[in-house]
Design a protein around this ligand. Structure first.
Ligand SMILES: Cc1ncc(C[n+]2csc(CCOP(=O)(O)OP(=O)(O)O)c2C)c(N)n1
Ligand SMILES: [Mg+2]
Length: 336
């Protein structure tokens, strides 16, 4: 539990550092995870290394827990790489910005594994999605396939109350977990700011997935304490009272209170955790500012595995555009 607490504090510290880096012009964008540390890290801890994780853009906790460090956590947000890690090495897919699409990737992966390795294969696909994603057609399709084929999939929904400026109450008159039941998927609603409860329900869902019991939907009720991204101003659509009420349920404070009452966390341990968090933030910053800009035309690499005419045309267009700028001597390349 102390280790989990330590990781939650490190995540919050690097989240703040990345937000600062964006404000200083070092990152193009950053989606803060503040408030969702228990939902992400307690569930991540319940997974086994063979489970394949598919996330959207806010799940920095999953990356941290799977071993992504320093600049690799922010490469994508600086716009210098398509991914910060090798998905196959750490069994964590590249972040998916298309809302809900990765639930189909997770189900496709689980179906493929089941066909190739048989129904009792021990690895699960775990898809992290938001409350807003629950309104997407892709997610409905993913749930139908997962339920029909009894696939080892966990749909881990972080209900953080907001989909940018749309409150969950607009998208769901009832509880999101109830939707899973309609697909025939065992579903559970858990306090997503209670690290131990999150850990317990994720373990249970994994047990089901690993033993041929099929999918589970977990709705972890939590709160996005920060803006949607660094490009968003949440004061335009939510009240200070709401934010203050959720601050009282801060998942890190709650775990700290428990650990202190159990005599596990003392001032010395707290200092060690703070130092580790500062070191992780310093490593992130140093790695980030040292990242070299890629060659601009590299953006067209790896879009398709094989040559593609549309991409080739776009690459040529962009090359002409870039050539239209004067070089260091003031010369412009003329394309005849
Ligand atoms: C298919 C699709 N539609 C719309 C968007 C624009 N968009 C980006 S984030 C977002 C809100 C998602 O909210 P939620 O699923 O609750 O995740 P959260 O941001 O709260 O983690 C939307 C609509 C998108 N990226 N993809
Ligand atoms: Mg949300």
């Amino acid at each position: 539990m102390l280790d989990l607490y330590r990781e939650m504090r490190i995540l919050r510290r690097i989240d703040d550092e990345a937000t600062a880096l964006q404000r200083q012009g070092e990152l193009g964008l950053w989606p803060p995870v503040r408030g969702q540390e228990a939902a992400q890290l307690a569930s991540a801890r319940a997974l086994t290394p063979g489970d394949f994780v598919f996330t959207s853009y806010r799940e920095h906790g999953l990356a941290l827990h799977r071993g992504v460090r320093g600049a690799d956590l922010v490469k994508v947000w600086r716009g210098v790489a398509g991914t910060g890690w090798n998905p196959h090495e750490i069994r964590l897919a590249t972040q998916q910005v298309i809302i809900g699409a990765h639930t189909l990737h997770a189900v496709g992966w689980a179906l493929g594994e089941t066909i190739e390795r048989g129904e009792q294969h021990p690895d699960a696909a775990v898809a992290y999605l938001g409350d807003g994603a629950m309104s997407e057609g892709d997610v409905a399709e993913a749930m139908v396939f997962a339920a029909s084929f009894r696939l080892p999939v966990i749909f881990f929904c972080q209900n953080n109350q907001w989909a940018i400026s749309e409150p969950v109450t607009l998208q769901a008159p009832g509880e999101l977990a109830d939707r899973g039941l309609g697909f025939g998927i065992p579903s559970v609603r858990v306090d997503g700011n209670d690290a131990l409860a999150v850990y317990a329900v994720t373990r249970e869902a994994l047990e089901r997935a690993h033993t041929g019991g099929g999918p589970t939907l977990i709705e972890a009720v939590t709160y996005r304490m920060g803006p949607h991204t660094t490009a968003d101003d949440p004061t335009r659509y939510r009240t200070a009272e709401e934010v203050a009420a959720w601050a009282e349920r801060d998942p890190i404070d709650r775990l700290a209170a428990l650990l202190r009452s159990e005599g596990v966390l003392d001032d010395e341990a707290e200092r060690e955790v703070a130092a580790a968090a500062d070191a992780a933030a310093a490593e992130l910053r140093a790695g980030c500012v040292a990242l070299a800009d890629p060659e601009p035309l590299a953006v067209f690499d790896h879009v398709y595995a094989e040559p593609n005419r549309t991409i080739e045309r776009e690459r040529a267009e962009y090359q002409r555009y870039l050539a239209g700028f004067a070089d260091a001597n003031g010369f412009v390349e003329v394309d005849r």
